[in-house]
Write a protein that binds this ligand. Structure first.
Ligand SMILES: Cc1cc2nc3c(=O)[nH]c(=O)nc-3n(C[C@H](O)[C@H](O)[C@H](O)COP(=O)(O)O)c2cc1C
Length: 169
């Protein structure tokens, strides 16, 4: 049973997890999972926005480019192996959902599914995207994070709902 909750109730924990073992980005039809560690939560255009950053080399990038929606799932403790797998193997080579043994359920406001085992999930609609511009990027960041010039695409997701699993976490 999932209950709607508020962005401001969840954002600190979500940012902690982003900065820790990561959280899972779910996108595409059929869906793919990818661990993300970078992103922001905030308010733009009077909307609650979740930005996620996806390098163009990822299978998830292909999925995102064809999608209008994505979901973001925060797992409870004990799923470190699954987060590591989804952050090191590509959905091009592996059915990550099957290998992790996750149960997927259709979103509450979007068709993109969420992971039933997650504590909290966000449902987002892509309202904007842009590629990082090396011309305006700090040169130290450019040198450190983009030796291959594979600049992230930044996707801005309007948060249509934040839902908490009443039984977990
Ligand atoms: C903790 C962690 C955080 C990560 N954060 C990101 C991220 O924010 N953006 C990104 O493009 N890749 C990130 N990655 C790398 C992808 O998760 C990884 O390349 C994954 O295998 C891509 O899967 P895919 O090809 O199925 O999309 C992260 C990996 C880990 C382990």
């Amino acid at each position: 049973m999932r209950k709607e909750t508020g962005l401001f109730d969840e954002m600190h924990k979500t940012l902690d997890e982003l900065n820790g073992n990561g959280i899972l980005l779910v996108t595409g039809d059929p869906p793919n999972l990818m661990t993300i560690g970078w992103g922001t939560l905030g308010v733009i255009w009077h909307k609650s926005i979740f930005t996620v950053m996806v390098r163009p080399t990822r299978f998830s990038f292909e999925k995102m480019e064809k999608s209008k929606y994505f979901s973001v799932c925060i797992l409870p403790e004990g799923f470190e192996k699954q987060l590591a797998l989804c952050g090191s193997k590509s959905g091009r080579d592996l059915d990550k959902i099957g290998v992790c043994g996750f149960t997927m359920e259709k979103g509450i406001r979007i068709s993109t599914p969420y992971i039933v085992e997650s504590t909290v999930h966000y449902e987002c609609r892509i309202v904007h995207k842009h590629r990082l511009d090396p011309g305006t990027l700090d040169t130290a960041i450019d040198k450190r994070f983009y030796p291959k010039k594979d600049y992230h695409m930044v996707y801005y997701g309007e948060i249509l709902g934040v839902f908490r699993n009443e039984k977990v976490g």
